[in-house]
Design a protein around this ligand. Structure first.
Ligand code: WTA
Length: 655
């Protein structure tokens, strides 16, 4: 496929870090980075073993890295620990209990300040409450909560007792909850009555109720009161968080876990119809996320760090719940939308808490740009010293705006490439070292043996696009696909089985400085506002609807979301192809998967453009949806007349 990967970007502006930043950075020079990187690749056991010494283990490892059974890696093989002893107890024991762990900001304007001592107490109480509800080591707990303190508490409380959490983003609908809960046979689901979003109450409990009709594994539903909207509670199954916490001890000894024990499962879309439960282990994930947090965000004792990602995604796991707490960071957690009550809410929060490190998604940056500079100008955001982006490629225009308008040209921007599977950042600038380039993720992090290869696994020359692979295991890597080791091997390791390379699923290109630019997915995964969606999954949902005979879903260039979703439908017999029915299909997808998966465009067509061999020409559909002129060779298409008709129709529908 690498011959299909075109490299069209030519961006050569370079922005070295300002001296003031370099002077105080953890890593200050290219020489330092090179030496550390070299050791991390050539002697990973010495490198990671030394770093791991700084953590609390109840038993040390026998081997830092055991790759004998590749591609199943064992990091810190033989070690015992509990991750929460590292993210909570350790800091309190060191006398940092009064340090603020979380400044929580609710959407309506309410707020809470939670210190590390408070957090330890709340986590311990919740852990005891979960135990009371019959949850123990190895049990799975589904979490469907808004961005409120109880979400952080629940995640860490699961880890405290060795229960495996699976957080399900609040934008998923009931059928998506059912799939995930049943796949991992969760016993407990933790939710709330509702959550605030853009001033409205999202009725989370009602969605859970609908899901729980089809999840026989669930024994209890624990409900946090947040919005006080009316809900129904099912006797014997549903219980209130506050009532269950009454009289519960705030002392909960941490369960001793094996380094390989699963810490959590997080479902993500792949190129098939069924989401995969990406499983992460305990020891390797801890060391990996803590280390990337420290160096990539150049985190220091007095920083106020804010990662805007929802805990429903991997970014909220690694760079909110775990990485920063492992570093005893002070962080901001915000419940709601960036444009409530107005489009300056983020800048208001930054000013209020004097945020120094700000990590967000390109889609948000594009939205801020569109809303206008005046919203930024209302606030003093001079506390910022470092900016980050994650989730999708950032277009140079948005990067430049972020650099000038938010970063005042002095904050390094770390464009971090990674995945749910990698657990932690893999490719990103080191802020005190790397001269950044708009739209470029730049250098591999320590221990990341990244390469860009062709079909056969041979490295491609500089400047040529290819498949991004990782040649050696790294600490925070996924350890399995839940309950399906074959799928784990097949999806990530089979393509380059001989070489033993991890296939990331992204295309990339390296320049003469060794800088890596990510070119986007090479499979049928689309990236909408930084959220991964599988076109196959969307198509299988659509064809299950009575109106639809056949469906092809593609991502197309979208100003704000990065990619928009366009669905092309051939209708069942006698179906009315009206705007109403197009709308109905949009709503249906939102209902089946979740509001964030709602297609931006639905078009009926007499025939999908296919080659004579029957392959849907997706690139063509992408261009049609983006309103671009078709430059492809159309001679191989089966029904050109239908295609011309479709193009006209789409143009009319979009105008
Ligand atoms: C994309 C999010 C370009 C990529 C942490 C990857 C990026 C997928 C970047 C993983 C970036 C993530 N530049 N593309 N800085 N970061 N991606 O699992 O296609 O939600 O494979 O993890 O997002 O998405 P996921």
């Amino acid at each position: 496929m690498s011959q299909d990967i075109d490299v069209t970007m030519s961006e050569d502006r370079l922005f070295p870090p300002v001296q003031e930043f370099v002077d105080k950075a953890h890593i200050k020079s290219r020489e330092e980075y090179d030496a550390m990187y070299k050791e991390s690749i050539e002697d990973p056991e010495a490198f990671w073993g030394r770093i791991a010494e700084c953590f609390t283990w109840t038993k040390k490892w026998d081997r830092v890295r055991n790759w004998d059974n590749a591609p199943v890696a064992k990091w810190f093989d033989g070690a015992k620990l509990n991750i929460t002893e590292n993210s909570l107890d350790r800091h309190v024991a060191e006398g940092r209990g009064d340090k603020v762990a979380i400044y929580w900001e609710g959407e309506p304007g309410d707020s809470e300040v939670i210190t590390y001592s408070d957090l330890l107490e709340r986590v311990s109480k919740a852990a005891n409450t979960f135990k009371k509800l019959g949850v123990g080591k190895g049990d799975r707990v589904a979490i469907y909560l808004p961005m409120i303190p109880e979400l952080a508490v629940t995640v860490l409380a699961c880890a405290r007792i060795g229960a495996v959490h699976t957080v399900i983003f609040g934008g998923f609908s009931a059928p998506s909850l059912v799939d995930r809960i049943n796949d991992c046979s969760a016993k407990l689901v933790v939710t709330s009555d509702g959550g605030y979003r853009r001033g409205k109450v999202l009725d989370l409990k009602a969605i859970v109720d609908e899901a729980l009709e089809n999840t026989p594994c669930i024994e209890h539903c624990l409900v946090v009161k947040r919005t006080n909207n009316e809900i129904t509670m099912k006797d014997g199954r549903d219980v209130y968080w506050c009532e269950q916490h009454e009289g519960v001890s705030s002392n909960c000894p941490a369960e001793e876990m094996d380094s390989q024990d699963p810490l959590f499962i997080l479902y993500t879309s792949g190129s098939t119809g069924k989401p995969k439960g990406i499983q992460h282990s305990t020891g390797g994930y801890m060391v990996g996320t803590a280390t990337t947090t420290k160096y990539i965000f150049d985190l220091k004792e007095d920083d106020v760090y804010w990662c805007t990602a929802d805990v429903g995604w991997i970014t909220g796991h690694s760079y909110f719940a775990y990485g920063p707490t492992l570093n005893c960071a002070t962080q901001v957690m915000y419940e709601g939308a960036p444009n409530f009550p107005d489009c300056d809410r983020f800048w208001d929060v930054i000013e209020k808490y004097k945020v120094s490190i700000f990590y967000t998604a390109p889609t948000a940056i594009r939205a801020f740009m569109k809303w206008g500079d005046e919203f930024v100008d209302k606030h003093d955001i001079s506390s910022l010293r470092l900016l980050g982006t994650v989730g999708e490629p950032i277009n140079p225009e948005a990067w430049m705006w972020y650099h000038k308008k938010i970063g005042a040209k002095k904050c390094p921007i770390v464009d971090t490439w990674w995945q749910t599977e990698t657990g932690g950042v893999m490719i990103a600038p080191l802020p005190g070292v790397t001269a950044t380039r708009p739209g470029c993720a730049t250098m591999p992090f320590f221990g990341v043996d990244a390469a860009i290869v062709d079909e056969k696994g041979n490295e491609v020359p500089t400047g040529k696009g290819g498949l991004l692979v990782v040649k050696q295991p790294w600490p925070s890597m996924l350890t399995n696909v839940y309950g399906d080791t074959e799928r784990y091997k097949e999806v990530y390791w089979s393509r380059f089985e001989e070489q033993g390379y991890y296939l990331a699923g992204d295309g990339a290109v390296k320049d003469e400085n060794g800088y890596i630019t990510i070119l986007g997915r090479i499979d049928d995964v689309i990236n909408v506002s930084g959220h991964r969606l599988s076109t196959m999954e969307l198509e299988s949902v659509l064809v299950a609807h009575g109106l639809v005979a056949e469906a092809a879903v593609v991502g197309y260039e979208h100003d704000i979301k990065g990619e928009g979703i366009a669905a092309f439908i051939t209708a069942s017999n006698n179906v009315d192809q009206s705007p109403d029915n197009r709308d109905l299909l949009k709503k249906y997808v939102a209902k089946e998967i979740g509001p964030f998966a709602r297609p931006d465009q639905v078009h009926f067509t007499d025939a999908l453009p296919k080659t004579r061999s029957g392959k849907i020409m997706r690139r063509l559909l992408k261009d049609i949806a983006a309103g671009k002129e078709l430059k492809q060779d159309l001679t191989t298409i089966e029904d050109v007349a239908a295609l011309h008709k479709l193009v006209e129709k789409v143009q009319a529908e979009l105008s």
